[in-house]
Design a protein around this ligand. Structure first.
Ligand code: GCB
Length: 650
């Protein structure tokens, strides 16, 4: 992105095929260990939005050179949080352009004096384009929200006697353009009889509010200068129970690696050495999804110990990775986990809540997982972007299966399918896979939601992104979520599983619930006949204002949402044992969108309100999910209460 550009992005030029995609280094989740320390920078940061007409004042006046308050008035901004709903200033809620965050940190003396220590600044996500300065020095840039990025800042902090005070400045631009992901357009409204000079709006082509800012944690962490950079684990259960590992080390070639696999009782069950290997696990406990097994979500720990020689003497590094042993496979009509048919009965979510926007929040996260368990949901899709890393860890621990979606949403216009976008989309998939590859809960990648897949250019584009994703991770199926006509879809031939969104009796045939079963059957039969691939009903639902009642049911009431779901369920049940392998309600909870005459304070298709209170449909869905769970559990049935207890306390 053109640095300091107002809102339009500089043209990046044509994509050079053959130019290196490929990321530098791993993106292991920061953790404390005998060799690593973490310092969280969550809390209050200084904040300033650049309201200047061209949005460039911050760059023109070099706000990063001095404390931000010296540049003009700043406000307190909590991190993590979206900045939009925090203040009473309406301009901030709708702000498009550069915002500036700043925070001072005092470092422990050891971090600045011990030259065998590497200090890393890591940002969980910054939506959407970020530039980072440390003590005024340009340190890091990243394109794309929803994914982490980091920089080794040792050189900046280990510069002589006690420079222990650090000023971190982060400028973030939330503008969406035809080459960002999600894409968007900036429209200048030039009729001066209606709009002031220079007036523009951000157009988006998706149905959620474009919350922005430092929405996930920022932290500093240390490693030794020779360190475990990345670990990749895949598991297989064919002949022997195997954990295959690959480890990359940075900083020196003179090192030794020792690997131990521990079970949940901390007993060592396998050992290995070197950068790659296979561990045989006798009497293995497999990772099973919630409600599919009496002991779901079994996790081993892979302890990696590095010892290395450096010019300053020996160093050691330790990192522990949770590992779930399971397999995923797809047949013409089934989705298999550990060789057994798996049926997705779950939800689509959003990272969304009052005040915080898309800001990560532990109480909200734990509440959501308690609701998922209450509901008997065994899966969700990260509609429509990768969720916080802590969410993925909870999924591993609770056995909630994930369809991991990248921010490929709103690919609605032909001009969004260009070479620059394709290159960026592939890069984003690399970042998603790099971050989430080791989560047993992740069973499928989704490269997009409802792209305009009837377009020729979209067909080529999707084919390339899917092929690239498969080359990055051959161990998982790949999909994108479709809503278009089965005959016209140019991307479907390349996916492993067909994911379909449909809103019968909502966006069509308003109020005619009696048509749902027929239309759903037609949808399933057409797609299956054409592609012979398992199908997931990846979205269905109805807008529902909690507390609105009408019987016989009318649109927007709780009764209508329930009846619509009932009709869908009858249709799903006809195909469930054939080739339909899942159903994900739209949506888990009400969420914020842009304002429009079709949205009443956001999208209200949640079965829970935005404050996580159940609408009537939540109880209906709960009955259904527990019933399905009882039919599909291995190796034998377990009562609802017992299952809940198991997963609560194991
Ligand atoms: C869809 C989209 C989702 C919307 C939903 C709706 O097909 O995938 O982002 O929010 O429909 O409620 O219209």
């Amino acid at each position: 992105m053109a640095r300091g550009s107002a809102v339009a992005w500089a043209a990046l030029g044509p994509l050079l095929w053959g130019c290196a995609l490929g990321l530098q280094g791993g993106m292991l989740y920061p953790q404390e260990s005998p060799s690593r320390e973490c310092k969280e920078l969550d809390g209050l940061w200084s904040f300033r939005a650049d309201f200047s007409d061209n949005r460039r004042r911050g760059f023109e006046e070099q706000w990063y050179r001095r404390p931000l308050w010296e540049s003009g008035p700043t406000v307190d901004m909590p991190v993590p949080s979206s900045f939009n709903d925090i203040s009473q200033d309406w301009r901030l809620r709708h702000f498009v352009g550069w915002v500036w965050y700043e925070r001072e940190v005092i470092l422990p003396e050891r971090w600045t004096q011990d030259l065998r220590t590497r200090v890393v600044l890591r940002i969980g996500s910054a939506h959407s384009y970020a530039i980072v300065w440390v003590n005024g020095v340009d340190t890091l840039e990243h394109e794309g929200g929803y994914l982490p990025f980091e920089a080794d800042i040792s050189n900046l902090v280990q510069v002589g006697p006690l420079p222990s005070r650090l000023r971190i400045t982060i400028a973030i631009n939330n503008t969406l353009t035809p080459t960002t992901l999600p894409p968007g357009t900036i429209q200048y409204l030039t009729d001066t009889s209606k709009y002031p000079k220079g007036y523009f709006v951000q157009n988006t082509y998706f149905d959620f509010f474009n919350y922005a800012g430092l929405q996930r944690s920022v932290l500093l962490y240390t490693t030794p200068t020779t360190y475990i950079d990345d670990i990749t684990v895949t598991t297989s259960v064919e002949q022997d129970r195997l954990v295959n590992y690959q480890i990359s080390v940075k900083g020196s070639n003179l090192f030794k690696l020792e690997v131990r696999l521990l079970d949940a009782e901390n007993k060592v069950v396998a050992n290995g050495t070197g950068t790659q290997g296979q561990l045989k696990v006798p009497g293995v406990s497999l990772w099973w999804p919630y409600l599919m097994h009496e002991r779901p979500a079994y996790l081993y720990s892979l302890e990696v110990q590095l010892t290395a020689q450096t010019s300053l003497g020996p160093v050691s590094d330790f990192y522990t990775l949770p590992v779930g042993i399971r397999t995923v496979a797809v047949t013409k009509s089934q989705f298999l986990i550990n060789g057994k048919p798996f049926y997705f009965h779950g939800v689509n979510k959003h990272e969304d809540a009052d005040i915080r926007g898309k800001g990560f929040d532990w109480p909200l996260l734990v509440k959501d997982f308690n609701l998922l368990r209450w509901l008997g949901a065994n899966a969700f899709r990260t509609s429509h972007y990768p969720y916080a890393e802590e969410v993925m860890q909870m999924c591993d621990r609770y056995g909630i299966v994930v369809i991991d979606e990248c921010p490929g949403v709103g690919l609605a216009l032909p001009q969004f399918f260009n070479n620059v976008s394709l290159h960026h989309h592939m890069q984003v998939m690399e970042e998603v896979v790099r971050r989430d590859k080791n989560h047993p809960a992740v069973v499928m990648w989704s490269v997009a939601n409802e792209p305009a897949s009837h377009l020729e250019s979209a067909g080529y584009y999707l084919k390339m992104v899917i092929a690239h994703t498969k080359s990055l991770d051959p161990s998982r199926p790949v999909t994108f979520v479709s809503n278009s006509n089965y005959a016209a879809d140019k991307g479907a031939p390349y996916v492993d599983v067909i994911c379909l969104n449909s809103y019968y009796s909502w966006y069509h045939d308003y109020g005619h619930l009696e048509l749902i079963q027929l239309q759903l059957a037609t949808q399933f039969e057409n797609w299956y006949k054409k592609y012979q691939k398992p199908i997931i009903q990846s979205e269905y639902g109805a807008e529902t204002i909690a507390g609105f009642h009408q019987d016989p049911p009318l649109m927007f009431t709780e009764e209508y949402q329930k009846s619509l779901l009932e009709q869908y369920h009858l249709g799903l049940d006809q195909k469930r044992r054939k080739y339909v392998v899942g159903e994900l309600i739209w949506n888990f909870a009400d969420f914020m969108t842009e304002q429009s005459p079709t949205r009443v304070l956001g999208n209200k298709k949640g079965i829970f309100t935005r404050q996580r209170q159940p609408k009537s449909a939540a109880f209906l869905l709960r009955e259904r999910y527990w019933k399905i769970a009882n039919e599909t559990r291995y190796p034998h049935s377990v009562a609802k209460s017992q299952c809940l207890e198991n997963s609560l306390f194991t």
